[in-house]
Design a protein around this ligand. Structure first.
Ligand SMILES: Nc1ncnc2c1ncn2[C@@H]1O[C@H](COP(=O)(O)OP(=O)(O)OP(=O)(O)O)[C@@H](O)[C@H]1O
Ligand SMILES: [Mg+2]
Length: 297
């Protein structure tokens, strides 16, 4: 099912076209990478897809009720809470349900309840307990610990105020919180900037099993981002490019090819200064049997 669709999307700054005519479909199980060099417009496109900024041309539509989580480039958590308390905020509705369950348990234990009221309270209790279990009420704290552990926050750090953390640590924590929220569509702008190899490995494994769509940005297609397209037995894979930007085009000689030269001597001579001048949009879908609840991994 398509959960987000961009049609003929374009963005300009100061009358200069950054990109135009971008079409993109995100399915429930899509893995999409936007790849391109510095300053080409990846973040600008991502902000439009995330609904943070309106496009100058075209439109972006999403299905009703679709939960989107966006991690901006170099963003970090800013909070007066401790690390664990901040992660708990994701589960506030579940914690309210837990409190309701305890209130009902207290009522059931009361000797003053007549039979009719007791029957009513028991019925409510059964429903609340069912909902609590179904929403992973007995496992959410373990889920928080799993994700924090993956991002190299061990138990000794749980009560540490976030205000004491470094910029890189806050970025890692922002990503951890977003994963716990489990949005239907995860939009990540260079999420790996502050991650070491161990964390990268863990994140790759986690995202492989992510039960939702992922749209992420990278400078080059040699990075971990490629797992999303190559290693998922992709079907319906498409590769499309935006129009070259006017800025980039203006730096090129008229009629020079977009790709670095492979075929002619003239192109070879230019190849040291030649860069890919477009954002590549790499799409794949994860087969349903590869998807699982990531927290159980
Ligand atoms: N609000 C703005 N006003 C004017 N120009 C902008 C604005 N935002 C971005 N730009 C310009 O648009 C171009 C693309 O910026 P963008 O941040 O989208 O690139 P990027 O591909 O994400 O780069 P990087 O890889 O460095 O993150 C840059 O030249 C930037 O200066
Ligand atoms: Mg960027």
């Amino acid at each position: 099912m398509i959960i987000l669709q961009a049609q003929q999307v374009g963005r300009s700054f100061d009358g200069i076209t950054l990109f135009a005519g971008v079409n993109l479909e995100v399915q429930t199980n899509s893995r999409i990478g936007l790849v391109g060099p510095n300053g080409i417009g990846k973040t600008s496109l991502l902000k439009i897809l995330a609904g943070e900024v309106a496009p100058d041309e075209g439109q972006v539509t999403t299905t009703k009720g679709m939960r989107l989580g966006y991690l901006a480039q170099d963003s970090g958590l800013d909070s007066s809470r401790t690390i664990f308390a901040e992660m708990l905020t994701v589960f506030e509705p579940l914690m309210a349900l837990e409190q309701r369950m305890h209130d009902l348990e207290a009522q059931i234990a009361s000797p003053d309840l007549d039979d009719d009221t007791m029957a009513q309270v028991m019925k409510q209790y059964d429903q609340v307990q069912h909902d609590f279990a179904e929403q992973n009420g007995y496992g959410y704290q373990a889920e928080i610990r799993t994700v924090l552990h993956g991002f190299q926050f061990d138990e000794a750090t749980y009560e540490m105020p976030i205000s004491n953390l470094s910029g890189g640590e806050r970025s890692r924590l922002a990503l951890a919180k977003l994963l716990l929220e489990k949005p239907d569509l995860l939009i990540l702008d260079e999420p790996t900037n502050h991650l070491d190899i161990t964390t990268l490995d863990w994140l790759e494994g986690y995202l492989r099993g992510y039960d939702g769509a992922i749209l992420t940005v990278s400078h080059d297609n040699t990075s971990w981002i490629m797992w999303s397209t190559k290693s998922t037995k992709s079907h319906n894979t498409t590769l499309s490019t935006t129009k070259p930007t006017t800025r980039a085009t203006s730096r090129r000689r008229p009629n020079a090819p977009l790709n670095c030269g492979k075929h002619t001597n003239a192109n070879k001579q230019r190849s040291t200064s030649c860069k890919p001048l477009s954002i590549r949009i790499l799409c794949a879908q994860v087969p349903p049997n590869r998807r699982r609840v990531a927290a159980n991994s």
